[in-house]
Design a protein around this ligand. Structure first.
Ligand code: RIB
Ligand code: CA
Length: 344
């Protein structure tokens, strides 16, 4: 996982921890929603809350490849996890960089590792510079990023992860130009991820699945900043994180909901059959004065270049949420079984 945790990055981590078929071989902390060091702390802290096995968390570059870092605390909160206040982590960072972890992991396990990027592509680009063979050493790559036939969420045409480091995104898509068809990056762009709308009802179902007493985890009428009363720590911290995201989306007239970009990408990484894919040649605008960091898809070979991506063009959001709620709910219950007096 290469993440900029992040409220929805947090749900992606929980989804994978809750999925028995997934083995997380490493977490790269990339600067984006918040600074890389804070991203790393967030992941170490979530791993503690989830009583997860030892999983390497490696610190990524402090800045994008060519421009100063821009973060977005107004979207994800001052620490990047909304209102959630996770206990300070007891685990420690890896001694190697995120880029070196990428390179050494795929060299040790050629053809076995699926890369999942839910943040800017800075550290993957640095890894490709160290190891140009990376596209062939990876089993597959899944990227949450970009917007094609769909408005941007950061400028009118670009999406946050690409916006933060467009040079890195271009290096990544260019590097996969020669990848065989079954190794093309699967791209989960806003076209699809903005149909993955989490509502308070999803949180209520999640809490119920985790064995929490029935109650409303978040209501549109709640005062901003209301904190969760869920007895299960995983559920409580998820509710506190996602409530911040509900309030952010409402503030920008999208409704009291939250687009769950990253856990959707994680679900696709585990099971690509969740998505309908369409090949295209993707490139990234770097020089545009008002279009910089826009991802462009050539669906029909107008540029005369082979496809370098498989873009997700359709999915079933309800099926995804059923899977997310079942897995994370059961996981939360297993990790933090409720004792009778807590079910008051
Ligand atoms: O544009 C949405 C993406 O940007 C998500 O990955 C979110 O976490 C932020 O990183
Ligand atoms: Ca993210």
């Amino acid at each position: 996982m290469d993440v900029d945790t992040g409220i929805d990055d947090s749900l992606a981590l929980l989804y994978l921890l809750a999925s028995p078929e997934a083995e997380i071989v490493g977490i790269a902390a990339t600067a984006g929603n918040v600074a890389a060091a804070q991203v790393a702390v967030n992941n170490l802290a979530w791993l503690d809350v989830c009583r997860a096995p030892a999983i390497e968390v490696a610190l990524g570059a402090a800045e994008p490849l060519a421009v100063p870092l821009r973060t977005t605390e107004d979207t994800h909160g001052p620490q990047g996890i909304g209102y959630a206040e996770l206990p300070a982590p007891t685990r420690h960072l890896s001694r190697r960089s995120a880029a070196r972890m990428w390179v050494e992991t795929v060299r040790e396990r050629p053809g076995e590792v699926v890369g999942l990027c839910t943040g800017p592509l800075t550290n993957l680009a640095l890894a490709l510079r160290l190891e140009p063979e990376l596209p062939r050493l990876l089993r597959r790559l899944v990227i949450m990023g970009g917007a094609f036939n769909h408005p941007g969420n950061t400028t009118p045409t670009n999406e946050w992860n690409i916006h933060v480091d467009p040079e890195a995104a271009k290096e990544v898509f260019d590097a996969f130009a020669a990848a065989p068809a079954d190794r093309r990056p699967i791209v989960c762009a806003l076209d699809i991820t903005e149909t993955i709308e989490m509502h308070p009802e999803h949180l209520r179902r999640l809490a119920e699945r985790a064995g929490c007493p029935p109650r409303d985890p978040a209501r549109e009428s709640d005062p901003e900043g209301t904190r969760s009363s869920a007895p299960n720590p995983v559920v409580r911290h998820v509710e506190d994180a996602v409530r911040f995201y509900f309030e952010f989306h409402r503030r920008y007239d999208q409704g009291y909901l939250a687009h769950m970009h990253d856990p959707f990408a994680a679900a696709v990484a585990l099971d690509p059959s969740l998505a309908i894919l369409r090949p295209a040649t993707v490139d990234v605008e770097l020089a545009g004065t008002i279009t910089r960091a826009t991802t462009v898809a050539d669906w029909s070979g107008m540029w005369g270049r082979e496809p370098n991506a498989d873009i997700v063009v359709a999915t079933d959001p309800a099926a995804f949420f059923d899977r997310l709620i079942a897995r994370v709910g059961d996981f939360a219950r297993a990790v933090h079984p409720l004792v009778p007096q807590e079910i008051s």
